[in-house]
Design a protein around this ligand. Sequence first.
Ligand code: NAI
Length: 334
Amino acid sequence: MAKIHEITLIPGDGIGPEVTGAAIKVIEAAGVKVNWDVVEAGAKVMDEYKTPLPDYVLESIKKNKIALKGPVTTPVGSGFRSVNVALRQAFNLYANVRPIKTYEGIPTRYEDVDLIIVRENTEDLYAGVEHKIGDYAAESIKIITREASTRIAQFAFDMAKKQNRKKVTAVHKANIMKFSDGLFLECARNVSKEYGDVEFEDMIVDAMSMKLVQNPEKYDVLVMPNLYGDILSDMAAGLVGGLGVAPGANIGDEISVFESIHGSAPDIAGKNIANPTAAILSGVMMLRFIGEMEAADKIDAAIKNVLKTGKALTVDLGGKATTSEFTEEVIKNL
Ligand code: NAI
């Protein structure tokens, strides 16, 4: 009998419930049995619990070890720092893995892009060490440690080996931030020596941005500190069709949380027009992680097929299909 998986589901804010709803429909239609432990977080629970991340969310994830998460709104400037950053730090989800891939049928200027951004997820300027200096200045402290930098470099190389990828590029700004980014680069270089069969290079983040726009197909696995990973992954998503098609995973040693790169997209929330591809593909990454390879391959192939025929493209990709129409089309193609 098929295994029943226990998985935490955080629908999230804005388009979150629409796109995670699509993902669970597709996962179930592919034959995977899941007991979803649905827990609400974000803006919608703020009034009742006085925090967007109530304890029951953390407890559910701790118990199930795997979560599928929709985006959660983070207020700008003041208030609770960020549910996402808090979750990543609480469970030491140190590797943020973001595959960027061209799919036939999606209108883009590029072909054959197939790279993975591996973003360090626990430190850098996202450690949240900030203070004001009177009323006239503010400081944010960028924390880079040998331990976290070595761990993320090893993760990137291990992944490159496992997936038969040829090259790892470490992205940094060590020419200016000689101590912090210098340490990150030193750790990546040291780790690269243990993986002789994977090519290694490093690139300054500004040059990397230009080269990614010029020739993204030349890159394979990119590993970088938190802030550059945040920015470059949205940019790279733009190369292959936008945030609507870019999935992701936050991986730790014991717990993993799967979520798209995109946010809660308040501008299109509740209209049934969000592209659920990123959320469904995050689900595919989750299925591979829990060993449901056949279902994962089936869903991936169905998405490829639907995009290729161009029959049910959502508005962000220049089509007219709604979130539900695209989802139904994927299910039909399973
Ligand atoms: P966003 O990613 O929500 O939206 C940026 C643009 O991309 C918008 O025009 C939006 O309509 C479009 N877009 C995003 N996802 C789409 C999809 N699936 N289909 C079609 N179009 C899509 O970024 P924004 O507006 O900067 O952030 C909104 C909120 O989301 C903020 O509160 C932010 O903090 C939060 N956020 C949460 C994340 C998470 O929970 N992991 C990640 C990024 C942002």
